[in-house]
Write a protein that binds this ligand. Structure first.
Ligand code: AMP
Length: 380
């Protein structure tokens, strides 16, 4: 259901499924436009709950709570794509769901995603579906080593994947990674990882943000560099691919596409996320309208302004207690905008590996092009 074309008036209630930082930042953007957010999540003191105007604390399996939530809101959006199928089946007949059920279903299954990329004419690296050890061994023979074996569902931030370097790595990785089926991907010898974000409105209009370069530490996004220091043709190709994908998915909201840039300038799609994305956090401060406001605008049916970038930007994730410890220094740093997610209360707050906030360093537009390596900038 894509829902009505007339915008929901301010004062309407946006239901957000999921209590994490993406919902929190969406709710903050919604509040600025006069909308209220009702967050549904199993955890009471979650980042999203802290800034919501209404809350439902219940497991996602609670169909009665979901039905009551649907009745209490004007539209529903999702801050994570791994929404259980039963939740979608319960909500979809009751309330407009954006980005849309198709995008969520495809986005939560790497095999469906790869097939969809191919059907939309977007290049991907060689891959094989793996239902058995025999299929894995055959896949290794065909794709060669090294290769990357991944779960098809619920893998994120490098969880649920293994790099296979020799034949003997296959059986233990197949046993460890669950649930099956898995996907085997040829190892892509990329020069850079980049991503691009599109926003598609309820009327089908699509806008895209500048492509960015992403660097990871311990499999978690560490830095996004905006704009990506790549050829204009590469940046434009990334933007047009994510825009085409948003239209092919008939999605309403934000869509992120992660791509590998090969040394010869070709792009191969890695994965997509039908929601605001960590590699788009820089847009909150470097663009007049950032990804969270764009997402809210799409969800309520408001027009989407051109997402012009006013600054160059380097965004660093604050992952785990050590990075978080620098918050006061970052808060005092001229040109740096600090965002903290309210996770530090309670016992699990400062667990290693958790994304606790991010900081964006704003630079004059065009200045990154003169840096030998923007990733080495020290203000963050
Ligand atoms: P993913 O969960 O698919 O985003 O993978 C996490 C990270 O693992 C990516 O950002 C890459 O750095 C790396 N990676 C994933 N798949 C491949 C691949 N097929 N070849 C090389 N590196 C990969």
């Amino acid at each position: 259901m894509t829902g009505p074309l007339a915008p929901l008036p301010p004062g309407s209630i946006i239901g957000i499924l999921g209590g994490g930082q993406l919902g929190r930042m969406s709710a903050l953007a919604a509040a600025r436009l006069g909308y209220q957010c009702h967050v549904f999540a199993p955890e009471a003191d979650s980042p999203g709950m802290q800034v919501a105007s209404a809350r439902t604390v219940a497991p996602y399996e609670d169909a009665r709570a979901l039905a009551a939530f649907a009745a209490a809101v004007d539209v529903v959006t999702f801050e994570f794509e791994n929404v259980p199928t039963a939740v979608l089946d319960t909500l979809a007949p009751l309330v407009t769901c954006r980005p849309g059920i198709t995008a969520l279903r495809i986005g939560q299954d790497r095999l469906a995603e790869k097939r969809f990329f191919e059907s939309a004419g977007i290049s991907v690296g060689p891959w094989r579906a793996v239902h058995s050890l025999a299929e894995l061994e055959a896949g290794i023979t065909e794709l060669g080593l090294p290769a990357v074996l991944k779960t098809t569902r619920e893998g994120y931030d490098g969880r649920g994947q293994a790099v296979l370097r020799q034949a003997a790595d296959a059986a233990p990785a197949f046993a460890r990674l669950t649930p099956h089926p898995l996907i085997l991907e040829a190892f892509v010898p990329f020069a850079k990882e980049i991503s691009a974000i599109a926003v598609r409105g309820a009327n089908g209009a699509v806008v895209t943000f500048d492509a960015v370069e992403n660097r990871h530490a311990h499999h978690i996004l560490d830095l996004s560099i905006a704009p990506a220091q790549v050829a204009d043709s590469v940046a434009m190709a990334a933007r047009s691919q994510v825009a085409a994908l948003a239209t092919a998915l008939d999605l309403v909201g934000v869509l992120a596409l992660e791509l590998f840039l090969l040394p010869d300038g070709r792009l191969l799609a890695n994965e997509m996320a039908p929601r605001p994305h960590n590699s788009g956090h820089w847009t909150m401060d470097a663009c007049r309208v950032g990804q969270f406001e764009m997402h809210v605008r799409a969800v309520v049916g408001l027009p989407l302004p051109a997402p012009e970038r006013e600054h160059d930007a380097v965004m660093r994730n604050l992952v785990g207690p050590e990075a978080y410890a620098g918050w006061a220094r970052l808060a005092a740093q001229p040109g740096v905008v600090l965002h903290l997610y309210g996770k530090v209360r309670g016992e699990v707050g400062l667990r290693p590996g958790r994304k606790l906030g991010h900081a964006t360093w704003l630079l004059p537009a065009g200045s990154l092009a003169t840096q030998p390596d923007p990733g080495l900038l020290t203000a963050l």
